[in-house]
Design a protein around this ligand. Structure first.
Ligand code: PLP
Length: 389
């Protein structure tokens, strides 16, 4: 039996997989089981920030693996402490809670916001305001936070205490803040799964102001936008705001599972001993890999991400068969004339692996993708988009 057939028989059918089995990768190049070369324009959905089997990341991870792979949170370990220190020093946040995924990072963010607001204003202040078309994860509570009804169907009852308002609608957000006794305002600065849609600066700044004026924790979900993806270390840094709670995951680990919830001065002591925990959270191997990622996201590197982004936007904007390009940095959505799925399948046949988000082709290449590899992939995408039916 082929791997494809075994997977189909035994793995829960929750994913629509492409008909490709990948066996190896180096940088932005994958090798299929048939020996075919693929350019990776998805980086495992924005996870392998430095591509596959990156030398520095591999060295950091294997050095730690050879020392200690797990201790539990009953003991101190260096990678966990040093990663938290690096994240705080680079963001100005004060404390970090480590978990294993984006959904868990958001679960922690929600717990912090609720506890802060319950202590400050009373436990009827539990509602988190999120945005329509958002995505915050697949656990029942982060699903409840996700403002897309089609994800909710048949999983009721959801966790109470979430309302979603239209993105970029300041009046709707203002109304919700005034009426729902909010415990937090939560958004992605670029809605990733929702179709690579950046929020307007006006809306982000209005949300920050409303949060500050009403003492409501401002929560930014940087699971996808974080860790250099948008050309800044965190996406909120494009807007000059100072969130109270930032959740991240995906690119942070460079390919190993890690989530982080960062807390500002205002909420840094909300979680006390026993309030939250995770057996794997802060795992030394994952933290060693993440530290090697975070350490390299300096201004010079982020400027290169911006340069690559500018190249992609200018190459695709106005090209034949392309109706528009959205996003920030190397988080890119392409509205195509041909159906996105069809474009992605044909790119795959031509050796370029892309993603979709809603009705768009989505690109999340490794942040260090070499310029010539990026150009090769963009040329394939352009030619596939330009093809007449
Ligand atoms: C992917 C994603 C999540 C969920 O992350 P998991 O690691 O799959 O739990 C949450 N929020 C955003 C914005 C995401 O893109």
């Amino acid at each position: 039996m082929s791997i494809t057939a075994i997977d189909k028989e035994y793995v829960a059918g929750t994913y629509g997989r492409f008909p490709v089995e990948l066996v190896a990768g180096k940088g932005s190049i994958f090798t299929g089981s048939d020996g075919k070369r693929y350019i990776d324009m998805g980086s495992g959905i924005g996870v392998t920030a430095f591509g596959s089997a990156d030398d520095a990341w591999l060295a950091a991870v294997t050095a730690q693996l050879n020392k200690l792979q797990h201790t539990s949170n009953l003991y101190y370990t260096e990678p966990c402490a040093m990663l938290a220190k690096a994240l705080c020093e680079k963001t100005g946040m004060k404390k970090v809670f480590f978990s294993n995924s984006g959904a868990e990072a958001n679960e922690c963010a929600i717990k912090v916001a609720r506890k802060y607001s319950a202590e400050k204003k009373g436990d009827d202040h539990y509602t988190i305001i999120t945005l329509v078309n958002s995505f915050h994860g697949r656990t029942l509570t982060t699903l409840s936070a996700t403002g897309q009804d089609h994800f909710h169907k048949l999983f009721n009852p959801l966790t109470p205490g979430f309302v979603s308002v239209e993105a970029n609608n300041v009046a709707a957000l203002t109304e919700a803040v005034a009426t729902c006794k909010p415990a937090g305002i939560l958004f992605e600065v670029v809605q990733g799964e929702g179709g690579v849609l950046p929020l307007t600066a006006e809306f982000v700044n209005a949300a920050a102001r409303l949060a500050a004026d009403n003492d409501i924790p401002l929560m930014v979900d940087e699971v996808q936008t974080g860790n250099g993806r948008t050309g800044k270390l965190y996406g909120y840094m494009h807007f000059g705001i100072h969130p109270d709670i930032v959740s991240t995951a995906k690119g942070l680990g460079g390919g190993l599972p890690i989530g982080a919830t960062m807390m500002s001065e205002k909420v840094q002591n909300v979680l006390a001993s026993g309030d939250h925990g995770s057996t794997y959270g802060g795992n030394p191997v994952c933290c060693a890999g993440a530290l090697s990622v975070i350490d390299r996201l300096d201004d010079a590197f982020l400027a290169e991400v911006q340069t690559k982004s500018e190249y992609v936007f200018s190459a695709l904007n106005g090209a034949k068969g392309i109706k528009g390009v959205s996003g920030l940095g190397l988080m890119i959505g392409i509205k195509t004339v041909r159906p996105a799925k069809e474009v992605v399948m044909e790119c795959m046949e031509q050796g370029v692996l892309c993603l979709t988000a809603k009705d768009k082709v989505r690109l999340l290449p490794a942040l260090n993708i070499p310029m010539d590899t990026l150009k090769e992939a963009i040329n394939v995408i352009k030619s596939v988009c330009a093809k007449e039916e």
